[in-house]
Ligand binder design. Sequence first.
Ligand SMILES: Nc1nc2c(ncn2[C@@H]2O[C@H](COP(=O)(O)OP(=O)(O)OP(=O)(O)O)[C@@H](O)[C@H]2O)c(=O)[nH]1
Ligand SMILES: [Zn+2]
Length: 300
Amino acid sequence: MKPAQIGLVVRGHGRHYVVEDENGERVHCLTRGKKSDCVVGDRVRWQRSSDHEGVIDKLEPRRNLLFRQDEWKTKSFAANLDRLLVLVAAEPQFSESQLTRALIAADSAGITTDILLNKTDLPQAEAARQRLAPYKAMGQRVLELSLKGRPDEARETLMPLLENQATLVLGPSGTGKSTLINLLVPDAGAQVGEISQALNSGRHTTTTTQWYWLDDRRETALLDSPGFQEFGLRQIPAPELASHMADFKPFLGECRFHNCSHRHEPGCAVLTAVEAGKISPSRYRIYDELWQELSSPPRY
Ligand SMILES: Nc1nc2c(ncn2[C@@H]2O[C@H](COP(=O)(O)OP(=O)(O)OP(=O)(O)O)[C@@H](O)[C@H]2O)c(=O)[nH]1
Ligand SMILES: [Zn+2]
């Protein structure tokens, strides 16, 4: 065994990981025993066991972990993220429920989110803009771009935002995720190939988080994860939900009952805010649906 060093996990599959050393070399690593609790973005203490293989000894403490949880399983997107970028588009029409779920998961993990509205060149952009108005009003940043129509402008807007950070991109299919990655990562295909090769596997590239470096110094990273469609939030207790919704926050603590669910109680400041148009009906409907989902007992 060679001396222990700290590395970055750039791909995970079961007990098999690809760890990048400080020179950028990627090594196929296994965890000791059956444990496989590392995720992409983790820093790990590891040792080389041969020229091309290594063993992970220990997971270094994480700053954060973004994950989703349904009744049956927990799925991690990535650890140690600086930013989440949720990509939506003028078309296909995005689901506000999915968008809200992503925002809540990121908030509860302590990760800043930006929304990117793509395809603003299309006539449907105005409708999408209107659906995003409540999000802007609650202080959420919404970037409007046309990744394909005005790629230079998109790059100039995005690069300063992403610089020296690790940003996870999530979004429904067909919104322009591949367009975004190809715009910012000219050698994206090669990077995917290299990591897959280190793992000795061409498979699983679409079912796991993919790590891309945007610069030669390896300081700016983009991460691409599948799994936006079924975004379970079982990790969040229902009474905590409202505290992760920026438009609800100003009214929390103002209700008559300290343990108000903001669903039917008299003297509820949130319900009053909904009636007064200070919280959008669609956001409130999503809150109500999420509350029911999170407070129902698991079916298994
Ligand atoms: N009009 C318009 N079309 C765009 C824009 N950006 C991407 N598209 C188109 O939208 C379609 C989907 O883009 P992709 O980048 O493949 O989307 P994706 O999110 O990777 O989709 P999946 O591969 O299904 O996950 C393609 O036909 C793109 O050419 C844009 O700014 N304006
Ligand atoms: Zn209330």
